[in-house]
Design a protein around this ligand. Structure first.
Ligand SMILES: C[S@@+](CC[C@H](N)C(=O)[O-])C[C@H]1O[C@@H](n2cnc3c(N)ncnc32)[C@H](O)[C@@H]1O
Length: 275
C-alpha cells in the first residue's frame, strides 16, 4: 500500500464526513455535475447495471451518497432488492429503505448478497483492509463487488489551478496542494488493496476531457471541498475567487478551460477460497 498523504485524517474523519462534507447532497452534486461537460460522457450507473447482468437477489450500495446509482439499479433491475447504505444520515434524504452504517462493519450476514457496490467511497475509509474484508464477507459464491475511484492523474489541471491561485493569494509562486480525496485509494493502487480478498479484478478505465466555456462548473467543483477549507493552508474563499479569475482569463485567451479526467471501475469476482 502507498504511503498516506498528510491530509489523511480529515479525509476519513467520520464526524466531518457526516456533517460538513456529506451532511447534504450539495457538495457531491457539484462534483457529479462537472461531468456533464466531459467528452466522452460515461454513463456510470449504466456501467454498473451492465455489470450486474446475471446477478440475482440482494445488492447493497455502500456509501451510496445521494442515491444516484440506487435509483438507476432499482429502475432497470426491479427483480433485485437494493440496500442503500451510508455513514452520513443527511445525504440519504428520503431514499427508500436506506440504512445508516459503516462499510467497516456491515450489518449483513455472511454470503447474503449477489453484489455489493462501493463507489467513490473507499478513500474515505480509515481501515480499508477491514472494509475490503467486509465487502468479501457479505458476497455469496459467484457474487461481485463493483468499486470505483479516480486515477492519481485525474483532474491534474484542477490541482494546478488550485496551487497557482493559492500561490497568488499567498504571494508565492505555487501554493500548497489541496486535500485530495481519492489519493488514499487511487485507480492504480486499488487492485493491490482489493486483491487481499478478491481473486479476480478487472479494471474498466473511464477517461475523458472536461471542457467548459464558463468558469462556474469548475469553481463549483473547487468550492465543494469547503468541508476541508481549514486544512488547505491558504484562505479558502480568497483562493476560490482567484481561481475564478484565472479560469476566466484562460477562457478569454483559449476559448475554453480543459480538465483531463481518468476515473475507473473495478469489478471484483467473489472471494471464494480467498479468506
Ligand atoms: C464521494 S461520495 C460517493 C457517493 C456515491 N457512491 C457515488 O458514487 O455517487 C462518498 C460517500 O461515502 C460515504 N462514506 C464515507 N465513509 C463511509 C463509511 N466508512 N461507510 C459508509 N459510507 C461512507 C459518504 O458519507 C459519502 O456519501
Amino acid at each position: 500500500m502507498t504511503a498516506h498523504a498528510p491530509h489523511d485524517q480529515s479525509v476519513t474523519d467520520r464526524s466531518l464526513l457526516s456533517t460538513k462534507a456529506y451532511g447534504t447532497g450539495q457538495h457531491l452534486a457539484a462534483r457529479q455535475s462537472l461531468y456533464q461537460w466531459q467528452t466522452p460522457r460515461h454513463d456510470l450507473p449504466g456501467v454498473v447495471v451492465d455489470e450486474l447482468t446475471g446477478i440475482r437477489g440482494v445488492v447493497a450500495d455502500v456509501g451510496c451518497g445521494n442515491g444516484k446509482f440506487v435509483a438507476r439499479v432499482r429502475e432497470e433491475r426491479p427483480d433485485l432488492t437494493v440496500l442503500p447504505m451510508d455513514v452520513s444520515r443527511g445525504i440519504l434524504g428520503t431514499i427508500p429503505g436506506a440504512v445508516v452504517t459503516d462499510v467497516q462493519q456491515l450489518p449483513i450476514a455472511d454470503r447474503a448478497l449477489g453484489a455489493v457496490l462501493a463507489l467513490h467511497m473507499l478513500y474515505h475509509v480509515e481501515d480499508q483492509a477491514q472494509a475490503v474484508r467486509e465487502l468479501g464477507r457479505v458476497l455469496e459464491p459467484g457474487g461481485i463487488a463493483i468499486v470505483s475511484t479516480n486515477s492519481r492523474t485525474d483532474k491534474g489541471e484542477l490541482e494546478h489551478l488550485w496551487r497557482q491561485a493559492a500561490g497568488d493569494v499567498l504571494g508565492i509562486p505555487e501554493g500548497p496542494t489541496r486535500v485530495q480525496l481519492s489519493a488514499r485509494f487511487t485507480l492504480e493502487d486499488a487492485p493491490a488493496i482489493l486483491g487481499a480478498v478478491f481473486a479476480d479484478i478487472r479494471t474498466i478505465p473511464l477517461p475523458g476531457v472536461i471542457e467548459v466555456t464558463e468558469a462556474e462548473p469548475v469553481i463549483a467543483h473547487l468550492a465543494s471541498y469547503e468541508a476541508w477549507a481549514d486544512k488547505m493552508g491558504v484562505p479558502f474563499q480568497e483562493t476560490i475567487v482567484r481561481a475564478r479569475e484565472r479560469v476566466d482569463e484562460a477562457i478569454r485567451a483559449e476559448g475554453a478551460f480543459r480538465v483531463t479526467c481518468l476515473g475507473g471501475m473495478l469489478v471484483c469476482q467473489g472471494p471464494d477460497g480467498a479468506e
